[in-house]
Design a protein around this ligand. Structure first.
Ligand code: OSB
Ligand code: MG
Length: 370
């Protein structure tokens, strides 16, 4: 298939409620929607899930626009590919910038599966009809977080992740455990702790948490390994994992027991499958993470989570968790506590391009016949 046109649509939407983490609060969300067209005008959609600020990764919306515009798009345009993994291989010659790579490759995965009349889940090797999912509760007063959990339980979520900071961890978790002693519960500190906080983290062992996500800095594999030896709660790595090589380091050093895979963070779906296969071989439990993304990336994550190795419910909450209105139809929704894996070709949902254009701040168009 020849890539004859690419469009980048820079959009911005307010979040339904502010999303507070240990490093900052998100109130609105910029995203780059990627549209790739073949010579017959058939198109695929992807999303660059970088944030506006370099908090979660060094990559941002603006750096992604730069790498896409100046490097990645010029080498893809007018080229012929027979499988999306060839795009990942071609982009390997450029370092990092995983989210920009993932947005492009994701759009091509959608186009590829559409042209082959198979669902994205089928194209990736998924085998589940529906998936159990979890939801994330952002930092707030413990009593308000407790109330949020109550309403999410009613909606049917099966796993609850609460954002904590090192000042608020014990109070938040003990408040929740008092009311809900047995719900599947985990915390995410987004690197707020350091090695001297091990005694503090040890105290959380009493709460029977599913895992503690990314307590230390992203390059602190050694420190995470020291922590994992000291506590009984499994450590899960998020920000630390940007490639299969990082997974191998974490495994060999015993820096964690669980890994969360985000296509954007590891450079795309091809890389995500490689990590999935390695983790299945090594018996490392994995789950699909979230990026407060639009339905385009969310429904792509649903397809990824249908692979057999993803055994823990991921951060794949319904469209209504973050958005008044999503960009896809039908929106991501819970049916009896689960999200159905689309069966139609490609992403398997309608993309509301009119709405995307109406919330676009800037549109960049690239075609072979400029
Ligand atoms: O650490 O997983 C994270 C959101 C923004 C930045 C970092 C993280 C998150 C989430 C995902 O927790 C929440 C979601 O997409 O619903
Ligand atoms: Mg995280």
């Amino acid at each position: 298939m020849l890539i004859s046109q690419i469009e980048l649509l820079l959009i911005e939407q307010p979040l339904k409620i502010p999303f507070k983490t240990s490093y900052g609060t998100y109130e609105k969300r910029e995203s780059i929607i990627v549209k790739i067209l073949d010579a017959n005008g058939i198109c695929g959609y992807g999303e660059v899930v970088a944030f506006s600020e370099p908090w979660y990764t060094e990559e941002t919306i603006q750096t992604a626009l730069h790498t896409l515009n100046d490097f990645f798009i010029p080498i893809l345009l007018n080229k012929q590919f027979s499988h999306p993994s060839e795009i990942a291989i071609l982009l390997n010659k450029f370092k990092g910038n995983q989210m920009a790579k993932s947005g492009l490759e994701g759009a091509y995965w959608d186009l590829y599966s559409k042209l082959n009349s198979i669902s994205l889940a089928q194209a990736l090797g998924g085998n589940k009809a529906d998936i159990p999912v979890g939801v994330v509760i952002s930092i707030d007063e413990p009593i308000k977080m407790l109330k949020q959990i109550g309403s999410y339980i009613e909606e049917g979520y099966e796993r609850f992740k609460v954002k904590v900071s090192k000042e608020s961890d014990y109070e938040i978790v003990s408040t929740i455990r008092n009311s809900y002693p047995t719900i599947p519960l985990m915390i995410d500190a987004n690197s707020d702790y350091s090695i001297t906080d091990i005694p503090k983290l040890k105290k959380l062992d009493e709460f029977n948490l599913l895992m503690i996500e990314q307590p230390f800095g992203e390059r602190q594999f050694i420190e995470h390994a020291i922590l994992q030896k000291e506590i009984s709660t499994p450590v899960c790595l998020d920000e630390s994992i940007c490639s299969l090589e990082d997974v191998k380091i974490a495994y060999e050093l015993k820096a964690c027991e669980i890994i969360t895979v985000k296509p954007g963070r590891v450079g795309g779906l091809t890389k995500s499958i490689e990590i999935h296969d390695y983790c299945v071989e090594k018996n490392i439990p994995i789950w699909v993470g979230g990026m407060i993304e639009t339905g385009i990336s969310r429904i792509q994550n649903v397809a990824l989570a249908s692979l057999p190795g993803f055994t823990i419910p991921g951060d794949i909450s319904a469209s209504s968790r973050h958005w008044e209105q999503d960009l896809i139809f039908p929106e991501v929704s819970l049916i009896n506590g689960k999200v159905n894996v689309p069966v139609k070709p490609g992403l398997g949902v309608e993309v509301d391009e009119e709405r995307i254009r109406s919330i676009s701040k800037k549109i960049y168009k690239y075609s072979s016949q400029k």
